[in-house]
Write a protein that binds this ligand. Sequence first.
Ligand code: 5GP
Length: 209
Amino acid sequence: MKLNERGLLIVLSGPSGVGKGTVRKALFDMEGHDLVYSISMTTRPPRGDEVDGEDYYFVSKEEFERRIREDGFLEWAEFVGNYYGTPKDKVEAQLKQGKEVVLEIEVQGALQVREKTNDGVFVFIAPPSKEALYRRLLRRGTESNETIQKRMDKAEREFPIAHKYDYIVVNDEVTNAADRVLAIIRAEHAKTERSIHKYKELLGVDFSE
Ligand code: 5GP
């Protein structure tokens, strides 16, 4: 791992139910040693076997609002009646240590990060079709029909925002999608602006021409 080199901020985003979490987990299985996941904070109650401090930091509304006032979030959003946010200090410290930090967040939050930082890589995870998204939300079986409908309506409003991202990855099949995200991360590392100084050191080349 690089010393004194800022890590890459990778923002995986897209509509709820699209499978961002599953793609992220598959990505970590492929390349976990170089990536760290930024655990979000939420006021939503835990679902099923979710664990505090692993899946989310589950906090009260009061606690979340206190952190908003203290400017403790890189971004935060209200999503279908609950707050979700990325604790700021941790992400910054990890990037400074040269770590690759992965955020898995909804669209409004991703747009906030886009406005604040100039070094993030923004990946929109899209469903193969609207029907597939609806089926996934239904299959999850953890929400009421009303909440599912709210999530679908929100997704309809989010699809057009995909053009503001650097990349779009269709989650047709989880390992394929994770493979594509990994390819994006590798390509980002090879970008001239990120790799030219190493090239300069290795070959002693002068780029003044
Ligand atoms: P869920 O309730 O299904 O876990 O999450 C609802 C939505 O909030 C998902 O799209 C999820 O990716 C998003 N989300 C999770 N953590 C954060 C966060 O820290 N910030 C934002 N803006 N969205 C988040």
